[in-house]
Design a protein around this ligand. Structure first.
Ligand SMILES: Cc1cc2nc3c(=O)[nH]c(=O)nc-3n(C[C@H](O)[C@H](O)[C@H](O)COP(=O)(O)OP(=O)(O)OC[C@H]3O[C@@H](n4cnc5c(N)ncnc54)[C@H](O)[C@@H]3O)c2cc1C
Ligand code: SF4
Length: 327
């Protein structure tokens, strides 16, 4: 781990200003991902700017929907009554993630920006196009059992965002509010925030250097109230998803009026499936409909030797989630 200096920022302007002068510096929120990466010498930041003092707080219903400040802790959001009742998929995605200790420490903004768990990326002894552009991708023919089958490229097949929350956010049309170094804010839908790897897997999202995540907004909707997050993992707790599904349905008289579907653990980014949604709307809420939607969601999959099992696993996960909200 490198030596670094530490500064507490008192305002967004001060925080972004500190990074303007030192582009290699980094913000620190809960530190649960950043410090791991520094200890493993995967990143070297000469300065850490603590953003815990910034007023990016609050969990409230506004005219735009549910607004969550980026500095709220995962546990506080997951256990919030409004989130539990009106946006259950968001609550479940948070409470099924990591461990209670991590959830108490980790922030919403930091969760959205966590990095891949690809073993080659996390071990500097191996080449990795994401860590060192142009160096190669041993995962293509190596250990890829936990990597992606959707949205992959010849350069990288990692689930760049391995976590849970952003899968639910993508399903429920969440929008991020970002603030740049000039103090200007912009809004970016979560579905457009993460980038596919293509030939530049090192560029994972649209965040500009020094730009802060301020808040997340999720529109209120009937399908958000009837939503869930279903996660399949290798042990009961403290594990990332092999496959997960965030779904929301509005069912009236047995017919699906609106549907939202996103998959986790199988895409290079949180994977919203408009194909599955199109198949669901207007159809009866039955297992046959759900199986057809699940087949559509995985249609473009490009499995590799060790992760081929994920195609069927993801389909079954999605069907289970849809059955739960339909039931
Ligand atoms: C053992 C273990 C198991 C885990 N299991 C899961 C799991 O099952 N599911 C899951 O979803 N997650 C899991 N996690 C990841 C955990 O959720 C993240 O570590 C956590 O959410 C990161 O939040 P943080 O506030 O600690 O971020 P930090 O580590 O402080 O920051 C992470 C990154 O985000 C940047 N950053 C933070 N906040 C902002 C902001 N507001 N604006 C701009 N940049 C910002 C930082 O500069 C840094 O680059 C696990 C982590 C560990 C260590
Ligand atoms: S899959 Fe991506 S992150 Fe993993 S080794 Fe290949 S380039 Fe690196």
């Amino acid at each position: 781990m490198n030596n670094f200096s530490y500064t507490q920022a008192n305002s967004a302007k001060e925080a972004t200003g500190l990074l303007k002068d030192k582009p290699q510096a980094a913000y620190i929120a809960g530190g649960t991902t950043l410090l791991d990466m520094m200890k493993a010498n995967l990143v070297e930041h000469p300065q850490l700017v603590d953003i815990n003092t910034l007023p990016f707080k609050g969990i409230e219903q506004t005219a735009d929907g549910l607004r969550i400040g980026a500095m709220e802790r995962m546990s506080d959001v997951g256990e919030n009554k409004l989130v539990l009742e009106q946006y259950p998929a968001i609550s479940e995605s948070l409470l099924l993630a990591a461990s209670p200790q991590l959830r108490n420490m980790a922030s919403i903004g930091g969760n959205i920006l966590q990095r891949t768990r690809c073993g080659y990326f996390r071990d500097p002894a191996f080449p990795c196009n994401k860590r060192v552009p142009g160096s190669g991708c041993p995962a293509l023919e190596g250990d890829n059992h936990n990597l992606a089958v959707l949205g992959t490229s010849d350069s990288c097949i990692a689930t760049a965002y391995p976590g849970d929350l952003s899968v639910a956010l993508a399903a429920l049309d969440a929008v991020l509010t970002l603030e740049n170094q000039k103090g200007k804010q912009r809004r970016v839908p979560v579905t457009e925030f993460y980038l596919l790897p293509g030939k530049t897997p090192q560029k994972e999202n649209v965040l500009e250097p020094g730009e802060l995540i301020v808040a997340v907004t999720i529109p209120a909707a009937a399908h958000a109230r009837r939503s869930t997050y279903f996660k399949v993992r290798e042990r009961a707790s403290y594990a990332y998803a092999l496959a997960s599904a965030a779904v929301g349905l509005d069912v009236q008289g047995g017919t699906i009026r609106s549907a939202r579907v996103a998959l986790g653990g199988v895409g290079t980014k949180p994977w919203r499936s408009l194909e599955a949604e199109k198949l669901l709307v207007g159809k009866p809420a039955t297992e046959a409909t759900f199986r057809a939607a699940a087949a559509a969601a995985l249609r473009g999959a490009q499995p590799r030797k060790e992760n081929a099992f994920k195609v069927e696993l993801a389909q079954n996960t999605l069907v289970q989630a849809l059955m739960k909200v339909a039931g």
